[in-house]
Design a protein around this ligand. Structure first.
Ligand SMILES: *Cc1c(COP(=O)(O)O)cnc(C)c1O
Length: 401
């Protein structure tokens, strides 16, 4: 098919939830993707923080090929090897004792909300239904996960949502304490708000939230759907803050590009999800699990990639800070941790993203659209960073004119 035909048919047949860029992508290797006309791009969006090892990473491709030939799907009424291998790696490398597999971040959060409710009901013998969430958070699009998403633009037209959700400013511990009642079930937070604008909390924020949750005996759910799987230079972002959540959700980077999500938790809480309380037909699918095992094994080998992510992050941030000095009238602030980097502009970032696309660089937007988001694969090399920053520089220069 020609690009024009793909675009026309997509616009004709797909439900129009996405406003897409007029580019048809066909192939990817490492940090590069190519469109249907052969034009090359550096991918600093990486499927929105999904392709942590870049496109078509060798080990993931090989393991998926093997698994696809062996067994594609069976019911969770039976055991499979890839699923338990993945569970073991996740448990051995996290705070958690047990894991439930699903297929996306939304589903993981939906399940985490359900798990916390049933656990609290069992524990206290009465329903504690309230959740405390942060303004500008993003947790997903299903009714539960949307209800704890602190951005009105996503709620619009879908009300009524779950009752009993209280939103507090992110990075404000006192606000959480004030929002707690005898009906509070859990606090749900992203350790770093990604979609909401790459908002990094103060060093002690999560520690103090943890203390408050312990004091009032409520659960702390950390949504690491975007920050997990090495994105911040640690396997999980909570490791930066010296705390452990009660429940953690994962998705995006977990499958190295294949769809998979997970809920991780401690033994006592896990027991609340007894047989028949929660389920997923595709959750823990053997192919997705084989991809996730290959992804995690690659990341964890000698801890090399996590250290590398922190080093290349410093280099990236230094170069971007150079641009901030060069364009103080456009760049307000640069914030980042690992390879989750946000560049707050004084105006909408849309024209910059479009200019970068024309010049062969894929980047994203966050927050109210004035924050440019770089979430490249963790394997991005110095030369790629130089090239990406140089394209970004040119786009900024043109924006000034
Ligand atoms: C992307 C994202 C989600 C939603 O994940 P899906 O896989 O799109 O359902 C939830 N929480 C956070 C923090 C995310 O970044």
């Amino acid at each position: 098919m020609e690009a024009k035909e793909v675009i026309e048919l997509s616009e004709k047949y797909l439900i129009p939830t996405y406003k897409r860029f007029p580019v048809v992508l066909r192939k990817g290797r490492g940090v590069r993707v190519w469109d249907i006309n052969g034009k090359e791009y550096i991918d600093c969006l990486a499927g929105i923080a999904v392709n942590v090892l870049g496109h078509c990473p060798r080990k993931v491709v090989l393991e998926v090929q093997k698994q696809v030939q062996r067994l594609i799907h069976v019911s969770n009424l039976y055991y499979t090897e890839p699923q338990v291998k993945l569970a073991k790696i996740l448990i051995e490398n996290s705070f958690a004792d047990r894991v439930f597999f699903c297929n996306s971040g939304t589903e993981a959060n939906e399940g985490a909300l359900k798990l916390s409710r049933i656990y609290m009901k069992n524990k206290f013998g009465e329903q504690r239904h309230e959740f405390i969430a942060a303004e500008n958070s993003f947790h997903g699009r299903s009714f539960g996960s949307l209800s704890v998403t602190g951005q009105e633009k996503y709620h619009h037209g879908f009300e009524p949502l779950l009752p009993g959700v209280k939103f507090v400013p992110f990075n404000d511990v006192e606000a959480i304490e004030k929002a707690i009642t005898d009906k509070t079930c859990a606090v749900i937070l992203e350790p770093i708000q990604a979609e909401g604008g790459v908002n990094i909390p103060d060093k002690n924020y999560l520690k103090e939230v943890r203390e408050i949750c312990d004091k009032y005996k409520i659960l702390l759910i950390l949504d690491e759907v975007q920050t997990g799987i090495g994105r911040t230079g640690k396997l999980f972002a909570y490791e930066h803050f010296g705390i452990e959540p009660d429940i953690m959700t994962l998705a995006k980077g977990l499958g190295g590009g294949l769809p998979i999500g997970a809920i991780l938790t401690k033994e006592e809480i896990a027991q609340a999800f007894a047989p028949k309380t929660h389920a997923s037909t595709f959750g823990g699918n053997p192919v997705a699990c084989a991809a996730a095992v290959a992804t995690l094994e690659t990341i964890l080998e000698d801890g090399y990639l996590l250290d590398y992510c922190q080093r290349i992050s410093k280099y990236f941030m230094k170069k971007l800070n150079g641009l901030k000095e060069k364009y103080p009238e456009i760049i307000k602030e640069i914030r980042g941790i690992g390879l989750l980097i946000g560049i707050e502009l004084t105006d909408s970032g849309v024209p910059i993203v479009e200019k970068c696309l024309e010049k062969g660089l894929l980047i994203g937007l966050a927050g109210d659209g004035s924050v440019i988001r770089f979430t490249p694969p963790l394997i991005i090399e110095k030369d790629d960073v130089d090239e990406a920053v140089s394209i970004f520089d040119k786009a900024l220069k043109e924006a000034i004119k």
